[in-house]
Design a protein around this ligand. Structure first.
Ligand SMILES: C[S@@+](CC[C@H](N)C(=O)[O-])C[C@H]1O[C@@H](n2cnc3c(N)ncnc32)[C@H](O)[C@@H]1O
Length: 610
């Protein structure tokens, strides 16, 4: 067979294959789960602790790179996905930038929002380099590996739709032929969008206004529901009948042809569906968002009620949203933080949305990285030390050996590096402060005036409890997040990894008998990612808040989103207070999660007694 070759396709005479490590998923949030179901899940987990949410199905929104997510789905879903639609990045820039919106100051009467384009962060730039770093060669390898894994996930009677355009579509077609088999190619669907021109109009070529969607099945058993659309003008057609298995024109007793009116027609492979206009209600601020009408055709043609649909390039979540509205199950992932946030809000806005979970590969992805990056995986202590030196260097701090809790020094401050496996806890902070005092006590000359805690995650109560303890002990502490970019070798080599200060959130709680009210009082985020002129538009702290949610009875399980308020295109206002009436008196932990306008989240726990 004719084969497309690119640089990197073969290594030592063999085709290079994708990473196949299956990492366990971590559920970070559960949305719309009923109280009864939560209890059932907790009972089930207590009985069988390694099982996620019992046998109940939960739709899944996963934050992570498809390179890790797809192989991690294989153990559970190989051969079980009924339909895949992907709209992978294939165009410079627009795939990773998004439009963030700042609402108006709530103390003013105006209601004008400001928008700005958030440029890709290092992870997103890295994903872009992964795909395009060596031009078409690296894109081909990236695409080929994606196709291989997707094929394994696809059910025998399943179908895959791959959405591309003139940039790479024709190369991708040959790869899809190689992976899925030329004989399984079903259609090249031409999506025509008359209301949008793609690319500059020049005098050297025709105006471009279509994308290509390649449809393949896994086998000849593919599910296909013939779709019909209404004709613009009904036509008179001769009636057809089957005679001896042959399709013939129907005739009356006198031998005259029977006619009937035809009002609909089978859907052909050219689809004229308008691009969603910037003013359209569907728009959720994602540049590459596709129209729901497009996905509706895909889903209705190639799946049935209850089927499982996968989209590994979620973006604004169009595939999952349409799957949800059509009673299909779905799994979708994206490596962009803003994509996950946009999709979550979009799903929440769907009437009677089924409960769904938000997952990532969290500490497992980091462990994987640590084993791959640092020598001596068998010598844990040595590995830990090398890891801590590495993080210190990225933070431009001088690594420090010989102490248990203090691992570096920078500009007169000490540095604690949180472990890969667990969040930095209040206990870690207290122990570090005690060690700090021992050190300062011993070396009076030490030019130290505080501790910077660098962590992948921080326990919920750190900001309040630990800061209070630190203040009582006269140590100035600051908490900074180790960015996910650190996992990416190339991003690190490029340098300038930023460690952002944790956002700080002030909340007031009031309990009256069994009624508790929670009010957001202040929220401060490090504004580094926001252009200076846009920062000037923020005159009230609440303008940073895009979304917040409450778990009224957090029980060390996952965050259960039981109440939420968020801004949408239609309604840019957000509530700043919420109430809950508890059924039983007792002590409760209320967990509040705030997501800022760039998609970063901050969580805080409050303990109440009613
Ligand atoms: C063209 S957009 C998808 C738009 C989507 N169909 C919609 O209607 O909103 C491509 C998406 O793929 C994501 N992406 C790019 N590389 C990725 C990777 N390696 N793993 C997961 N997602 C990735 C980008 O963050 C972007 O959101």
């Amino acid at each position: 067979m004719t084969e497309l070759i690119w640089e990197g396709k073969y290594k030592d005479g063999k085709k290079a294959t994708p990473i196949r490590i299956a990492l366990p998923f971590q559920t970070i949030e559960t949305i719309n789960e009923s109280k009864q179901q939560r209890q059932k899940s907790m009972d089930f987990l207590a009985a069988e602790p390694n099982t996620q949410y019992g046998k109940e199905w939960r739709n899944r929104l996963i934050w992570g790179d498809k390179k890790y997510v797809l192989p991690s789905l294989l153990p559970e879903f190989a051969g079980k996905v009924n339909l895949i639609y992907i709209d992978p990045p294939f165009n410079v820039g627009s795939n990773f930038s998004f439009t963030a919106t700042i609402a108006d100051n709530p103390d003013t009467d105006e209601d004008e929002t400001t928008q700005f384009v958030k440029q890709p962060n290092i992870i997103e730039q890295k994903a872009y380099r992964d795909t395009w770093g060596k031009g078409l060669d690296s894109y081909m390898q990236w695409f080929y590996e994606t196709a291989l894994l997707l094929k394994e996930l696809l059910a025998e009677d399943g179908s895959i739709y791959v959405h591309l355009d003139w940039h790479v579509g024709h190369y991708a077609k040959t790869i899809l032929d190689e992976v899925f088999g030329y004989e399984n190619f079903r259609n090249e669907i031409v999506w025509v969008y008359p209301n949008k021109m793609s690319g500059a109009v020049n005098s050297k070529n025709f105006v471009r206004m279509h994308d290509s969607i390649f449809l393949y099945s896994k086998s000849e058993k593919n599910i296909f529901n013939v779709l019909k659309v209404e004709r613009d003008v009904p036509v008179k057609q001769s009636k057809r009948v089957k005679v001896d298995g042959k399709n013939m024109r129907a005739r009356n007793e006198d031998g005259e042809i029977n006619y009937e009116m035809s009002y609909d027609v089978k859907v052909k492979d050219v689809w004229e569906i308008p691009y969603i206009a910037s003013t359209d209600k569907q728009r959720v601020g994602y540049n590459t968002q596709k129209p729901e009408a497009l996905l509706e055709r895909v889903i209705k043609a190639s799946s049935k009620d209850g089927d499982l649909i996968l989209d590994s390039f979620c973006g604004s979540g169009t595939t999952a949203a349409v799957a949800e509205k059509n009673n299909r199950r779905w799994i979708t992932c994206d490596l962009g933080r803003f994509a996950i946030h946009t999709a979550r809000k979009r799903f929440l806005g769907i009437d009677n949305v089924q409960p769904f979970i938000v997952q990532n590969l969290g500490k497992y992805e980091r462990q994987q990285w640590m084993n791959a990056e640092f020598e001596n995986p068998e010598d844990r202590l040595k590995q830990e030390r090398t890891y801590k030196h590495f993080i210190n260097e990225l933070y431009h701090a001088k690594p420090l050996d010989g102490y248990t809790w203090l691992h570096g020094a920078k500009a007169g401050r000490m540095v604690h590096v949180g472990s890969v496996e667990a969040p930095v806890t209040v206990e870690d902070i207290k122990a570090s402060i005690k060690e700090f005092w021992k050190l300062v006590g011993k070396e009076k000359s030490a030019q130290v005036n505080g501790i910077d805690f660098l962590g992948w995650d921080f326990a919920f109560d750190v900001n309040e409890t630990a800061k209070q303890f630190a203040a009582e002990n006269k140590v100035n502490v600051s908490f900074k997040k180790i960015p996910r970019e650190v996992l990416e070798k190339k991003a690190v080599e490029q340098g300038d990894i930023k460690f952002y200060e944790l956002a700080s959130l002030k909340i007031k709680s009031k309990a009256e008998k069994k009624k508790v009210s929670i009010t957001l009082e202040n929220f401060i985020i490090p504004p580094d990612d926001i252009p200076q002129d846009v920062q000037g538009k923020i005159t009230h702290w609440s303008q940073w808040v895009d979304y917040w949610a409450i778990d009224w009875n957090y029980r060390d399980d996952t965050f259960h989103n039981e109440w939420q308020s968020y801004r949408t295109k239609q309604n840019s206002k957000i509530e700043l207070s919420a109430n809950n009436i508890y059924e039983k008196a007792g002590k409760y932990t209320v967990l509040v999660k705030v997501i800022d306008i760039l998609g970063n989240d901050t969580t805080k726990a409050i303990h109440i007694t009613v």
